[in-house]
Design a protein around this ligand. Structure first.
Ligand SMILES: O=C(CO)[C@H](O)[C@H](O)COP(=O)(O)O
Length: 148
């Protein structure tokens, strides 16, 4: 499994913790930055990770900004991306089971490291259930294609 990760300055610390955690579990991580707490723009990093996932170069992505909001908005502009902002393990489980989310977003000023790593592990532990949920995913894709 390959996981693409990225953050702005507000998510840098949690993104680094996620990188260490996943690497220690033997998961390959592609880190698209940022690489310090110097101020940067979250849309740039959201786009890098989203394109990597959309192109199939990573199975999932993890993105972090201060709130998780802006970077999820940016990632969701890329076709094929379903980026979900999760603040707890229940949301992380449900967005995999029902939404087939392919990018997990978190807020570095919202979610502490311990909780953030639990959210990541939960997100990676659940599979999409398909069925009626596939119809709804297809409707999201139809919006992207201007059909709905
Ligand atoms: O959470 C974010 C976007 O949703 C950003 O991390 C936040 O807006 C950055 O703000 P600042 O430049 O004041 O650190």
């Amino acid at each position: 499994m390959v996981i693409a990760i990225g953050s702005d300055h507000g998510g840098f610390a949690l993104k680094e913790a996620v990188k260490k955690h996943l690497t220690e579990k033997g998961i390959e991580v592609k880190d698209f930055g940022c690489y310090s707490t110097d101020s940067v723009d979250y849309a740039v990093y959201g786009a890098k990770v989203a394109h990597c996932v959309a192109d199939g170069e990573a199975q999932y992505g993890v993105l972090v900004c201060s709130t998780g909001i802006g970077i999820s908005m940016a990632a969701n502009k890329v076709k094929g991306i379903r980026a979900a902002l999760c603040c707890d393990m229940h949301a992380a489980e449900m967005t995999r089971r029902h939404n087939n989310a392919n990018i997990l977003c978190m807020g570095g000023l919202v979610t502490d490291e311990k909780t953030g790593l639990e959210i990541v592990d939960t997100f990676l532990s659940f599979e999409f259930e398909g069925g009626r949920h596939q119809r709804r995913i297809d409707q999201i894709a139809a919006i992207e294609n201007g059909e709905l």
